[in-house]
Structures are given as structure tokens and as C-alpha cells.
Design a protein around this ligand. Structure first.
Ligand SMILES: *Cc1c(COP(=O)(O)O)cnc(C)c1O
Ligand code: SF4
Length: 387
């Protein structure tokens, strides 16, 4: 009959724990399917792996049901288990604070659902659409703006629904840019992803495709030869990769980004400003410098959206502005992302930054440079009458 069930469960668990402690010791740890199958999704495994704080223990018990937990063995191995404030840990392990709902928080903070003509499609700007093909991610970020809809790990968008979306894009000639997101589109099989991409590419007025993903950071082994070979057939194709902290840039991530960049895919980064994780100039500057070294151009820095239960992650807007002020002019322009707020209720992304125009005068502007010195720029004078 074999060992009693509980015994078998325990020995299996012990084996897993040994794997999480050093996933690289497992012969299949470089296989992304193995990584997905062995994600940490239960309190019992997590508790054996790391000494949880009371806030985390409570968070796990009570916050369950709002947003699933899943951590790849790879991403878990980046956690400093001695440090309760580890920036990797805080992004991945739930805390009791997730149960606190502040008055400004909303289920759908950026009004995506109200700009959705079809399930899985957001059409906010006239010339581009956001397509959400799956609700799965390799790791669930506790601050996720789409925590209302990710994490159930349902099937990816069906062929029928996808055809409806393509018919919509096909009949809206002004749509020239399709952003494939989720969830995380790199969680679907390469074959299915190619089906989506090829079909969208066949719409003549779609000029560019974009993929929004965090997989190169949380599951870098997913970036394999087969995927990259497929993607490069559909240029111009851009990729926006979600990075939060310089500690995320490991040898595996360097390899993944190099493969993507070598395939001619322009890479941009998206970063959410997170309290106690990256909300200081030094961390951000290091992150953006490290990104440029792997050919990822910092694209957006987001003020953290007021999704339910995320107030412990949000900082003041002025903190973000200070960070931009500390970058602009002080370092490579390519290392300075645009700081944006995705307007609550659905106004789209609104750039905010330090004010460099100090005064508007008749015929001139007074400007402040990065050192705080003032300069006057004389506007071109109106063309003279020639007779
Ligand atoms: C962010 C976003 C886009 C893309 O915006 P860009 O500024 O072009 O990167 C498109 N649609 C929706 C709904 C978005 O949230
Ligand atoms: S990867 Fe993106 S969609 Fe997925 S949990 Fe993180 S923020 Fe949300």
C-alpha cells in the first residue's frame, strides 16, 4: 500500500524545501515549466522555508482569497531570508496590511473595465489598445494594480474571444499599436502566443506590437531560444519589462535581456514606486544604470495605483518627483523614465515631474536647470512684415 498519505506528503514537502533552498542544485531548475510547477503557493511550504513575521503570518491567513500567492523557486532564492525588510520578500509575501482598505482605493483603480469594449480588451486611447490574454503571472506582486483579476489561473483567452477582439481591432482602422499584457502573456505557451501575435500582425493597419511582461525578472528561464526565434519573426515588436529593484538583475536576467535585445526587440522598463522597496534616489539610480547595462531603457516610473489593500506600498507623489529631479541632468538622459500617474477613473497616464519652467514672461521663459540655476530663454519674435 505504500506509506500513509500524510507521511508521503511530508517527505515530498521536505524534498521541495531542499529544492527551494538551492533551486540551482536541481537538474531541471533551468526549465521554466519546472519552475512554474514548483512555485510556492501554500503557507505550509512557505512557513518551513522562511521565518515569517507575525504580519506575514496573519496576512497569509486572512488575506487569502484577495490575491493568490505564487513565488517561483528562482525568485524565492533572491530573498534574503535574514532580512524581514528584504525588497524581494516584500513584493512577494502577503502581509496583514493587505486587508486594510483606504478610502481612496478602488477595485479597478484605473477605470479599465469602463473602457473595455470586449472582455480582455481595454481601448482607452484612440490609436492603441491593451489586450489581456491571461490572468496568470509567474509571481504575484502584492501591489498589483490588477489584483481584482489576476491570480485565478484560468485558461488563457479562448480562440473565439480572441477572434472577437481581432474583429474589433480589424474594424477600427485608427488602432496602430497593440499592447499584449495580462496577467503575463509569457505565461502562455509559445505556440499559443505565436497564434495571437501572428493573427494581430495580419491586420494591415496594426503598425507595432508590444508585450508587457514581468517574466524575464521572475522566471528568466522562460526566455529561451524557441521563444526568441518566434518573437523576432513579427517585428516591429517591443517589450516592456516590469522591474522593481536592482537586486532583480541577476546573471539569468542579464542573459534573458541580452537574448531579447540581440533578437532586435527594443526593451523598456516599467517600475512602480514602492514604499520601503525602491522609493529612494540611490536605489532607483542603481536600478536604471543596471538596466541600461543590459540594454533596457527605463520607460515609465508609476505612482502606485490605489488598488484595494495596497496603501502600505504607496508613497507621496513628491517622493517620485524628487527622484526624477535627482536623476535628470545628474545622469544619462536614457536613465530617466517618465514619472506618471495612471489617472484614477480612467484618464490614462499623466506625466508629472519637477517644474523646470519657473516663470512665463511676455516673450520669454525663465527656466531652472538641474543645479537650480536660472536661465531665460527668449521666444522667437513674430516674423517682421516685409513690404
Ligand atoms: C498604458 C496603457 C497603454 C499604453 O500607453 P503608452 O503611454 O503608449 O505606453 C495603452 N492602453 C492602456 C489602457 C494603458 O493602460
Ligand atoms: S506581473 Fe504585473 S499583472 Fe502580474 S501580479 Fe505583477 S503587477 Fe500584476
Amino acid at each position: 500500500m505504500g506509506a500513509p498519505l500524510h507521511k508521503r506528503v511530508f517527505s515530498h514537502r521536505d524534498r521541495l524545501i531542499a529544492l527551494y533552498e538551492d533551486p540551482s542544485s536541481h537538474p531541471r531548475s533551468s526549465d521554466w515549466r519546472w519552475q512554474i510547477r514548483h512555485r510556492i503557493t501554500s503557507f505550509h511550504v512557505l512557513e518551513r522555508l522562511i521565518e515569517l513575521t507575525p504580519e506575514e503570518k496573519e496576512g497569509f491567513k486572512k488575506a487569502k482569497g484577495r490575491l493568490a500567492m505564487a513565488i517561483t523557486p528562482y525568485f524565492f532564492s533572491l530573498i534574503d531570508r535574514e532580512d524581514p525588510d528584504c525588497p524581494i520578500r516584500k513584493q512577494a509575501i502577503p502581509r496583514i496590511d493587505e486587508l486594510t482598505v483606504s478610502p481612496e482605493e478602488r477595485i479597478d483603480p484605473c477605470g479599465e473595465d469602463s473602457h473595455s469594449p470586449l472582455k480582455g480588451l481595454v481601448h482607452r486611447y484612440p490609436d492603441r489598445v491593451l489586450l489581456m490574454v491571461t490572468d496568470s503571472c509567474a509571481m504575484y506582486c502584492r501591489y498589483c494594480t490588477r489584483n481584482r483579476m489576476v491570480g485565478e489561473e484560468g485558461p488563457p483567452m479562448s480562440t473565439e474571444q480572441f477572434e472577437k477582439v481581432c474583429a474589433y481591432i480589424g474594424s477600427n482602422k485608427e488602432i496602430r499599436d497593440v499592447l499584449i499584457s495580462g496577467g503575463d502573456p509569457l505565461m502562455v505557451t509559445t505556440r499559443r502566443l505565436e497564434h495571437y501575435i501572428r493573427r494581430i500582425r495580419s491586420i494591415p493597419h496594426v503598425e507595432i506590437l508590444r508585450i508587457g511582461t514581468r517574466v524575464p525578472v521572475t522566471l528568466p528561464m522562460r526566455i529561451e531560444e524557441e521563444l526568441v526565434r518566434m518573437l523576432k519573426k513579427y517585428h516591429p515588436l517591443f517589450m516592456s519589462i516590469h522591474f522593481s529593484h536592482p537586486r532583480e538583475i541577476t546573471e539569468s536576467v542579464r542573459r534573458a535581456c541580452n537574448m531579447l535585445a540581440d533578437a532586435g526587440i527594443p526593451l523598456g522598463s516599467q517600475t512602480v514606486l514602492l514604499r520601503g522597496i525602491n522609493d529612494n534616489l540611490h536605489t532607483m539610480k542603481t536600478l536604471f544604470h543596471e538596466l541600461l547595462k543590459i540594454r533596457v531603457r527605463p520607460y515609465y516610473l508609476y505612482q502606485c495605483d490605489p488598488a484595494l489593500g495596497t496603501s502600505h506600498f504607496r508613497t507621496s507623489i513628491s517622493r517620485g518627483i524628487e527622484i526624477i529631479e535627482g536623476l535628470r541632468g545628474h545622469t544619462t538622459g536614457y536613465a530617466v523614465p517618465t514619472f506618471v500617474i495612471d489617472a484614477p477613473g480612467g484618464g490614462g497616464k499623466i506625466p508629472i515631474g519637477p517644474g523646470y519652467v519657473v516663470e512665463r514672461r511676455e516673450g520669454s521663459l525663465v527656466l531652472k536647470n538641474y543645479e537650480g540655476r536660472l536661465f531665460e530663454y527668449i521666444e522667437p519674435s513674430p516674423p517682421k512684415e516685409t513690404s
